[in-house]
Design a protein around this ligand. Structure first.
Ligand SMILES: [Zn+2]
Length: 226
Protein backbone atom coordinates (compact mmCIF):
# COMPACT_ATOMS: atom_id res chain seq x y z
CA UNK A 1 0.00 0.00 0.00
CA UNK A 2 1.31 3.39 -0.82
CA UNK A 3 0.31 6.74 0.59
CA UNK A 4 -1.33 7.80 -2.64
CA UNK A 5 -4.04 5.40 -3.75
CA UNK A 6 -3.88 3.83 -7.19
CA UNK A 7 -6.16 5.54 -9.69
CA UNK A 8 -9.80 4.53 -9.52
CA UNK A 9 -12.93 5.65 -11.31
CA UNK A 10 -15.30 7.56 -9.04
CA UNK A 11 -18.79 8.55 -10.14
CA UNK A 12 -20.18 12.02 -9.45
CA UNK A 13 -22.65 10.42 -7.03
CA UNK A 14 -19.88 8.72 -5.09
CA UNK A 15 -17.83 11.93 -4.86
CA UNK A 16 -20.89 13.93 -3.73
CA UNK A 17 -21.68 11.26 -1.15
CA UNK A 18 -18.15 11.48 0.27
CA UNK A 19 -18.36 15.29 0.46
CA UNK A 20 -21.74 15.10 2.21
CA UNK A 21 -20.35 12.46 4.55
CA UNK A 22 -17.55 14.82 5.57
CA UNK A 23 -20.04 17.66 6.17
CA UNK A 24 -22.13 15.30 8.27
CA UNK A 25 -19.17 14.23 10.39
CA UNK A 26 -18.37 17.91 10.99
CA UNK A 27 -21.84 18.49 12.46
CA UNK A 28 -21.86 18.87 16.22
CA UNK A 29 -18.12 19.58 16.40
CA UNK A 30 -16.40 22.95 16.93
CA UNK A 31 -15.86 22.92 13.14
CA UNK A 32 -19.51 22.42 12.22
CA UNK A 33 -20.25 23.43 8.60
CA UNK A 34 -20.71 27.18 8.27
CA UNK A 35 -20.60 29.42 5.21
CA UNK A 36 -18.53 31.19 4.04
CA UNK A 37 -15.38 29.46 5.24
CA UNK A 38 -16.52 25.84 5.15
CA UNK A 39 -13.26 24.72 3.47
CA UNK A 40 -11.14 26.11 6.32
CA UNK A 41 -13.41 24.40 8.80
CA UNK A 42 -13.00 21.08 6.95
CA UNK A 43 -9.21 21.51 7.10
CA UNK A 44 -9.40 22.05 10.87
CA UNK A 45 -11.83 19.17 11.35
CA UNK A 46 -9.50 16.80 9.48
CA UNK A 47 -6.54 18.09 11.52
CA UNK A 48 -4.66 19.14 8.43
CA UNK A 49 -2.16 21.99 8.51
CA UNK A 50 -1.97 24.79 6.03
CA UNK A 51 0.63 27.34 5.06
CA UNK A 52 1.57 29.74 2.30
CA UNK A 53 4.92 29.27 0.58
CA UNK A 54 6.59 29.94 -2.75
CA UNK A 55 6.02 26.90 -4.97
CA UNK A 56 8.18 26.70 -8.08
CA UNK A 57 6.64 26.05 -11.49
CA UNK A 58 6.51 22.47 -12.64
CA UNK A 59 7.14 21.69 -16.28
CA UNK A 60 6.66 25.38 -17.00
CA UNK A 61 3.26 25.50 -15.28
CA UNK A 62 2.41 27.42 -12.14
CA UNK A 63 1.40 25.23 -9.21
CA UNK A 64 -1.49 26.65 -7.19
CA UNK A 65 -1.23 24.34 -4.22
CA UNK A 66 -0.04 20.94 -3.07
CA UNK A 67 -0.61 18.49 -0.27
CA UNK A 68 2.01 16.51 1.64
CA UNK A 69 0.10 13.48 2.93
CA UNK A 70 2.48 12.29 5.62
CA UNK A 71 2.83 15.78 7.01
CA UNK A 72 -0.93 16.36 6.72
CA UNK A 73 0.05 19.67 5.18
CA UNK A 74 -1.59 21.79 2.49
CA UNK A 75 0.63 24.43 0.94
CA UNK A 76 -0.80 27.34 -0.98
CA UNK A 77 1.42 29.15 -3.49
CA UNK A 78 1.96 32.68 -2.24
CA UNK A 79 3.27 33.68 -5.67
CA UNK A 80 -0.22 33.51 -7.18
CA UNK A 81 -1.77 36.89 -6.32
CA UNK A 82 -5.28 35.71 -7.08
CA UNK A 83 -5.06 33.32 -4.13
CA UNK A 84 -4.55 36.29 -1.82
CA UNK A 85 -7.06 38.56 -3.50
CA UNK A 86 -9.98 36.31 -4.30
CA UNK A 87 -11.39 34.53 -1.24
CA UNK A 88 -13.63 32.37 -3.38
CA UNK A 89 -10.71 31.18 -5.44
CA UNK A 90 -8.71 30.47 -2.30
CA UNK A 91 -11.63 28.49 -0.83
CA UNK A 92 -11.94 26.49 -4.03
CA UNK A 93 -8.21 25.67 -3.96
CA UNK A 94 -8.32 24.61 -0.30
CA UNK A 95 -11.43 22.48 -0.87
CA UNK A 96 -9.68 20.88 -3.87
CA UNK A 97 -6.77 19.83 -1.63
CA UNK A 98 -9.25 18.46 0.92
CA UNK A 99 -10.67 16.50 -2.01
CA UNK A 100 -7.27 14.92 -2.65
CA UNK A 101 -7.01 14.06 1.06
CA UNK A 102 -10.40 12.34 1.14
CA UNK A 103 -10.32 10.69 -2.29
CA UNK A 104 -6.71 9.96 -3.12
CA UNK A 105 -4.73 9.47 0.06
CA UNK A 106 -4.52 6.33 2.18
CA UNK A 107 -4.92 8.07 5.48
CA UNK A 108 -3.71 5.18 7.63
CA UNK A 109 -0.57 4.94 5.57
CA UNK A 110 -0.08 8.69 5.64
CA UNK A 111 -0.10 8.59 9.44
CA UNK A 112 2.21 5.62 9.71
CA UNK A 113 4.96 6.17 7.21
CA UNK A 114 7.80 8.58 7.60
CA UNK A 115 10.05 7.55 4.74
CA UNK A 116 7.80 9.14 2.15
CA UNK A 117 7.85 12.67 3.50
CA UNK A 118 8.79 14.10 0.16
CA UNK A 119 5.84 12.64 -1.67
CA UNK A 120 3.27 15.23 -2.63
CA UNK A 121 0.35 15.78 -4.96
CA UNK A 122 1.10 18.96 -6.89
CA UNK A 123 -1.78 20.77 -8.48
CA UNK A 124 -0.43 22.45 -11.56
CA UNK A 125 -2.25 24.79 -13.82
CA UNK A 126 -2.14 24.46 -17.54
CA UNK A 127 -3.39 27.91 -18.22
CA UNK A 128 -2.66 30.93 -16.20
CA UNK A 129 -3.08 31.94 -12.76
CA UNK A 130 -5.46 29.32 -12.14
CA UNK A 131 -4.89 25.84 -11.53
CA UNK A 132 -7.85 24.21 -10.03
CA UNK A 133 -10.58 26.29 -11.56
CA UNK A 134 -8.99 26.01 -14.96
CA UNK A 135 -8.85 22.30 -14.57
CA UNK A 136 -12.58 22.24 -13.89
CA UNK A 137 -13.44 24.43 -16.79
CA UNK A 138 -11.09 22.79 -19.20
CA UNK A 139 -12.49 19.41 -18.34
CA UNK A 140 -16.04 20.68 -18.64
CA UNK A 141 -15.28 21.47 -22.25
CA UNK A 142 -13.29 18.43 -23.26
CA UNK A 143 -13.25 15.22 -21.33
CA UNK A 144 -10.23 14.43 -19.19
CA UNK A 145 -7.62 12.56 -21.15
CA UNK A 146 -5.16 11.15 -18.68
CA UNK A 147 -5.52 9.60 -15.25
CA UNK A 148 -3.77 12.68 -13.86
CA UNK A 149 -6.50 14.84 -15.45
CA UNK A 150 -9.15 12.62 -13.91
CA UNK A 151 -7.58 12.83 -10.46
CA UNK A 152 -7.66 16.61 -10.72
CA UNK A 153 -11.26 16.50 -11.98
CA UNK A 154 -12.28 14.30 -9.03
CA UNK A 155 -10.67 16.67 -6.51
CA UNK A 156 -12.35 19.66 -8.13
CA UNK A 157 -15.76 17.98 -8.25
CA UNK A 158 -15.38 17.14 -4.56
CA UNK A 159 -14.53 20.81 -3.88
CA UNK A 160 -17.68 21.89 -5.66
CA UNK A 161 -19.84 19.45 -3.62
CA UNK A 162 -18.19 20.45 -0.34
CA UNK A 163 -18.49 24.19 -0.90
CA UNK A 164 -21.98 23.98 -2.43
CA UNK A 165 -23.94 20.97 -1.13
CA UNK A 166 -27.47 20.78 -2.51
CA UNK A 167 -29.11 21.49 0.85
CA UNK A 168 -27.08 24.68 1.24
CA UNK A 169 -27.89 25.79 -2.32
CA UNK A 170 -31.57 25.17 -1.73
CA UNK A 171 -31.38 27.34 1.38
CA UNK A 172 -29.39 30.07 -0.41
CA UNK A 173 -31.73 30.24 -3.37
CA UNK A 174 -34.81 30.84 -1.26
CA UNK A 175 -36.34 34.17 -2.21
CA UNK A 176 -33.85 34.57 -5.04
CA UNK A 177 -34.15 34.52 -8.80
CA UNK A 178 -31.51 32.28 -10.36
CA UNK A 179 -31.86 34.08 -13.70
CA UNK A 180 -30.76 37.36 -12.12
CA UNK A 181 -26.99 37.90 -11.99
CA UNK A 182 -27.27 40.19 -8.94
CA UNK A 183 -28.94 37.37 -7.05
CA UNK A 184 -26.24 34.93 -8.13
CA UNK A 185 -23.54 37.35 -6.93
CA UNK A 186 -25.31 37.57 -3.56
CA UNK A 187 -25.32 33.75 -3.36
CA UNK A 188 -21.64 33.69 -4.33
CA UNK A 189 -20.82 35.99 -1.39
CA UNK A 190 -22.99 34.04 1.02
CA UNK A 191 -21.30 30.75 0.07
CA UNK A 192 -17.78 32.16 -0.28
CA UNK A 193 -17.15 30.77 -3.78
CA UNK A 194 -16.34 32.27 -7.18
CA UNK A 195 -19.08 33.13 -9.61
CA UNK A 196 -17.81 30.48 -12.04
CA UNK A 197 -17.79 27.86 -9.25
CA UNK A 198 -21.42 28.73 -8.59
CA UNK A 199 -22.66 28.83 -12.19
CA UNK A 200 -20.80 25.60 -13.02
CA UNK A 201 -22.36 23.85 -10.03
CA UNK A 202 -25.87 25.12 -10.80
CA UNK A 203 -25.53 24.04 -14.42
CA UNK A 204 -24.15 20.65 -13.40
CA UNK A 205 -27.16 20.17 -11.12
CA UNK A 206 -29.42 21.07 -14.03
CA UNK A 207 -30.98 24.04 -12.24
CA UNK A 208 -29.91 26.64 -14.80
CA UNK A 209 -28.48 26.84 -18.27
CA UNK A 210 -26.19 29.56 -19.59
CA UNK A 211 -25.55 29.01 -23.29
CA UNK A 212 -21.87 29.30 -24.14
CA UNK A 213 -20.84 32.82 -25.04
CA UNK A 214 -24.08 34.20 -23.58
CA UNK A 215 -24.86 36.07 -20.37
CA UNK A 216 -28.49 35.03 -20.46
CA UNK A 217 -29.49 32.59 -17.71
CA UNK A 218 -32.33 30.15 -18.28
CA UNK A 219 -34.09 28.32 -15.49
CA UNK A 220 -34.14 24.58 -16.17
CA UNK A 221 -35.60 22.91 -13.15
CA UNK A 222 -38.94 24.51 -12.44
CA UNK A 223 -39.50 22.09 -9.57
CA UNK A 224 -37.83 24.62 -7.26
CA UNK A 225 -39.42 27.63 -8.88
CA UNK A 226 -41.97 28.59 -6.34
ZN1 LIG B 1 -5.13 18.84 -7.51
Amino acid sequence: MSVIKPYQFLSKEKIEHLANDLLMRMQGTPNFPKWPGVADRAVNFLKLGMDSVKIPDQNGRPVAARIYPTQRLIQINEDIPKLQQDRGFEASTIAHEVGHWVLHINQDEADGIVEQLELSLDCATTEQPFLCRDVGERIALSSPKTQADWIEWQAQYFASCLLMPRYKLEEARRGRDLTNWNHLYAMRDELGVTISNLTNRLQDLGWIDIPKGSKQIYLRNTGFNR
